[in-house]
Structure formats: C-alpha cells, structure tokens
Design a protein. Structure first.
Length: 599
C-alpha cells in the first residue's frame, strides 16, 4: 500500500463522518488488493443470511394409514379446496405435516388432498385409483390429525347435526368408546384402522365413477352413517345424501331473526265442511326483546291469510297440550299445544347460537342456527319427518336459484318430561280437565291416587300403546310385559324391563327398556302387530322415533291420576328447517299442488 495514502487518511482531521467511512472502505479495498489484512474469515465474510423462516406450529398427521406425499392446507376461505395463498405443505414419510398459523386458525378446516401419487404406508405397493379429500376442524395447534373418522364427523355436521351429535353418531359406528381425533395407528387401535380403510375404499369406489371432491366424500360419509355401516352403501344412497342441503354455521342469529322465519308444520283437516278440506299449519319464529317465540299459524285454502292456530300441528298426533316437569321438579300449568315447544327467554346470543330457558319449564335451552344454499334442492328436504310418502312423492321440483334456507338445532340441558293430553283415549267418558281431554289414564280413572307406586297394585296397565302388551308387577316390584291376548305369554321378562323413580320427582316412574327389545317383538310377524311403533306421537315423530333417540316412557302421578308420559334425555337434538318469506311462499305453492292430488 502506498505510504502517502496512509499518511493522508490519518492526517486530514477535517474529513466528515461520511468521508471517514468512505476512506475506510477504500482502505479495506486496497488492503484486499495488496493481499494484507489478516485471515480469510475477516477479509472474505460470508454472504449475509436472509430473513429467518417461521417454524411450522400447526402440526398433525394425515392418516388412513400414514399418508405420504399428500397436500395439506388450511382452508382459510372455507371453499372446500386448497386455494392460492392459503398455508399449505406436503406430508412427509410419516404422514406428518406442519403449517405456519396463529390463533385465527382455530375453528377453520384442515384439508388433506389425496391423489393417485399419494402413498399409504399401511398398504405397501398400493396406489389409490382415485383422488379424494379428507378434513378436520382445527381445535388446537398440535395433534391435528386428519383422518376418515374426522372427515365423517364434519360430514355429519354439514348434514345439520351439532358437533356433539355428529361425534356421537360416528362413535356409535366404532362401538361408542373411541377418541375420534386420535392417531389410531400409533395407538394400535386395529378396529378403527380397519374401519377407516373400509371407509376410504368406499369413497374411492364412488370417486372412480364420479368425483373425488369434498361433495362426493361428504355424501359417501353421510350415507355410511345413515345405513349404519360401510358395506350396505349403494350409489342410490350416495345420490340421496348428495341431494340434501349442506348446512354451515356462518350465521348471525341476532341478524337472522330480525325478520320472521317459517317452517311448514303439517296439514290438519277441516271436518266442518263437506267434503273435509285441508288446513295448512306453519310455525313462525320471531325475536321480540329478550324473548323468542315460535308460534303456530294456520291457513285454510278458502281463507285469504294466515291466522293464529289454537292447536297447531300437534293435533296431528291427537295431542292438544301437555304438562311438563319444570327445572325445580314441580309440574307446570297446562301448556296448550300451540305453545308447547316454542317460547324461550333469551339469555345470550353469540354468533349462530342463542342460549336461554324454555318459558314453560325454566329448563336451559340451546338453539343453534345454520345456513344452507337451497338452489335446485328438492322441496321435500324442508318438510317435517311426519310427512306421508304420498305427499312427498307428489312434491316434485326444487327451489329456484339464489334461495337460502336455514335450520335450528334445539337441545335442552336437562331431561324434558311431559304428560300429553290426547284425544286418543279409547274411553266413552274421558276425564276433562283444563278444558281438554286428559288421557290416557292408568289404573282406575275415578280413583284419587297418592303415589306413583300405587301403579304396582293397579289394574292391568297397557304398555305404551294398547296392543303392545300390558305391564305386570310382581310382589317384589319386579316387572314384566305380557301379551294382553294371552296372559301366559311373556313379551319382555324382568331381565329386559325394569323401573326406577326419577330423581327430580319421586312420583315419576321411569320404564327402563331398550328400543331393540321392544321392536323385536312389536315388529315380528308372529306377534301380529307390525307397524304399531310407527303410530304418531306428535307432528314430527312416531313412537319408534322417540325411542330410537333414547327417550323413555314414564308413569307419573299428576293431580291424583296415574298417567303415561315421555322422558327425552338432556342433550337430544331436534332439527327444524326454516325459511324466509319468499322461499316459504315457493314451498307453500308446491304443498297446495300436492294436496290437490293426495287429499
């Protein structure tokens, strides 16, 4: 290096800070050129590293067996597909994946896209003949496994079930005791592994001839739950499942109820005219202050508009009202059928969920609202379950474009125990109380009983319905059901039917018997009463329906009389289709046309 330059740099004290930096840079350059200045590491620094990449923190595995080479993404926009810009990755050799995400991922859906190049480590040498999509909803940041089991749960949610009911439905296919989000391969759960493989094979069976998208997967999954197993599912079952609406939770319940919503409840008969004329019944949902009312209205085809209904569609089951067990264990006043299941005190509204109490009983109630696109969906999808097959067959066609429908899923936090007042007494002199017939009565109707245990020594008690047998109590309280036509023939022995007193009211006797044991003899040709369980309990359900839901029949002491009632367990869900006025008007026109041919 030239000595004169070195002296100049050190001696010129007037150089600015910028000048010093420039001179220093020049000096470093010249030092480099002269070969001086220390070690290589000092004179040839490495290229500076770029920005540190975030560590993936949303982790899990994609599993049928472990799925290798499958695309995984966070479905941020809920489109059902992996779109550009969404966090995505590919599964590794153990089926594992990791995405970079924050707390906003909770509640969103993870998708695993399997194609013909994806490998299943549990099936060496196997190649999927068609693609398909698996899914789960994120509820944490680790252990977010995506499997056929989690996919089936989400398919059930989209069919209109709550998350809890969907999980219960899928768990029942696996024997009832299983963690649905587990890594069943790591746990050595061979039962779940085998079931999952069967499910995937069934999905691929239909994906080969059709599509492997989320719509096809959802239809196959729901068909499996409906049929109660994988093997029985046919193309017709998949087509039927695909034709149903898909329900999503993107609803603001407060805004939704700013205008009335309607559901078709059923058709009554006006027998004051000759010939009798049909009367249409609807339920109108309205929000008013801190209350929510689902009131009954009816329309005669000869009338110009809807009017309040004194009985509502409950009259279709011969029920004109009921007494209900309140949260405190006492009986309510008589509740007319028109307001039996539609008055709520609202406590809170959060997103698509309203919580409150049943105005008649004080029991906590949860109402979850869902949205569904009904474009081209068949009208029959929003009809009550009690609609006759002839009526449904006559309702051809579907909703027009840009039609949105809704559903409300209702459940209670305590058992609902009711005693119905029915017109179906079979007695020439029924007791009248609170202005309506009170029946059926057990024991001797003219007696004033003081305890539900008086039924132990009462005259023969019909079991649920006349024709389904009779109850006989032994000297030690043991219970059997016997054939009323042949007292020596036992239909259910004491190993299959028993009784217990209900905790909230000791004058309520619960009859403990499995639905399958009742159906086994009630539906048998040898018993001669097939179809008896299909007798209507109310506008929506038959006796078979309520028993399959887990309901139990009870005997209760009320106002000195022994009477049958129904206990529906806490948490049981009922779903009702709801429509805004324009969509409801579309439906009613089709209902009227169908009635013209079937009434």
């Amino acid at each position: 290096m030239p000595k004169s330059l070195k002296v100049k740099i050190q001696g010129d004290r007037r150089l600015s800070a910028t000048g010093l930096l420039t001179a220093a840079a020049m000096s470093a350059s010249l030092l480099s050129a002269c070969g001086g200045g220390g070690s290589d590491s000092a004179t040839n620094p490495s290229t500076p590293a770029g920005p540190t990449q975030p560590t993936p923190n949303l982790t899990g595995k994609a599993i049928d067996g472990y799925l290798v080479g499958a695309k995984v993404c966070l479905d941020v926009d809920a489109s059902g597909s992996c779109d550009a810009g969404e966090p995505s990755t590919t599964t590794d050799e153990s089926g594992g994946f990791g995405l970079v995400a924050d707390a906003a991922a909770i509640g969103k859906t993870l998708l695993v896209v399997v194609d013909t190049n994806t490998k299943d480590k549990s099936r060496p040498g196997f190649s999927f003949p068609a693609g398909f999509v698996l899914s789960t909803v994120v509820d944490g940041m680790t252990g977010q496994h995506v499997t056929p089991i989690t996919t089936m749960v989400q398919a059930q949610v989209q069919s209109g079930k709550s998350q809890a009911a969907a999980e219960q439905a899928v768990a029942s296919l696996l024997g009832g005791k299983v963690n649905l989000k587990d890594d069943y391969i790591a746990n050595g759960d061979s039962n779940t592994s085998a079931f999952a493989a069967q499910v995937v094979d069934k999905v691929v069976e239909f994906a080969k001839a059709d599509r492997g998208d989320t719509d096809t997967v959802r239809a196959v999954m729901n068909a499996i739950v409906t049929k109660g197993g994988v093997t029985p599912v046919t193309q017709a079952d998949v087509d039927a499942a695909r034709a149903k609406p898909v329900y999503t939770a993107d609803v603001d319940a407060q805004a939704l109820l700013a205008e009335p919503l309607y559901t078709y409840a059923g058709t009554l008969g006006d027998f004051t005219s000759t010939p009798p004329k049909p009367v249409l019944v609807r339920q109108a949902w309205t929000r008013n202050g801190q209350g929510l009312q689902a009131s009954m209205e009816e329309l005669s085809l000869q009338a110009s508009g809807w009017i309040p209904s004194p009985t509502g569609a409950r009259a279709l089951g011969g029920i004109y009202g009921a007494y209900a067990l309140k949260a405190d264990g006492n009986w309510s006043a008589f509740i007319p059928a028109a307001v039996l299941d539609g008055a709520y005190n609202v406590l809170a509204t959060q997103g698509n969920v309203i919580t409150g109490t049943d105005a008649n009983t004080g029991i906590g109630t949860r109402l979850e609202f869902r949205r569904a696109v009904l474009d081209s969906k068949a009208f029959v999808n929003v009809m009550p379950p009690s609609t006759s097959g002839d009526m449904l067959a006559a309702m051809t066609g579907g909703f027009g474009g840009s039609t949105t429908g809704y559903a409300v899923i209702r459940s209670e936090d305590r058992d609902m125990v009711t005693i119905p007042a029915s017109s179906q007494c079979g007695s020439p002199n029924p007791m009248v109380e609170d202005g309506v017939q009170q029946c059926p009565l057990l024991g001797t109707p003219t007696n004033q009983y003081t305890s539900v245990l008086d039924v132990l020594t009462a005259p023969p008690v019909p079991f649920l319905l006349p024709g389904l047998g009779y109850l006989r109590f032994g000297p030690n309280g043991q219970l059997v059901v016997y054939d009323g036509r042949d007292a020596s023939k036992t239909l259910l022995d004491s190993n299959k039917v028993s009784w217990s007193l209900y905790a909230r009211n000791q004058n309520v006797m619960v009859l403990n018997v499995k639905y399958g044991d009742i159906a086994a003899y009630a539906d048998s040709a040898s018993y001669g009463m097939p179809g008896m369980l299909d007798a209507r309990y109310d506008r929506d359900q038959s006796y078979r329906d309520v028993l399959q839901l887990g309901a139990k029949f009870v005997i209760a002491l009320h106002n000195g009389h022994l009477r049958y009632g129904l206990l529906v367990p806490a948490g049981v869900e009922t779903s009702t289709a709801l429509l805004k006025q324009p969509a409801f008007d579309q439906l009613i026109e089709v209902v009227k046309q169908a009635l013209a041919t079937t009434w």
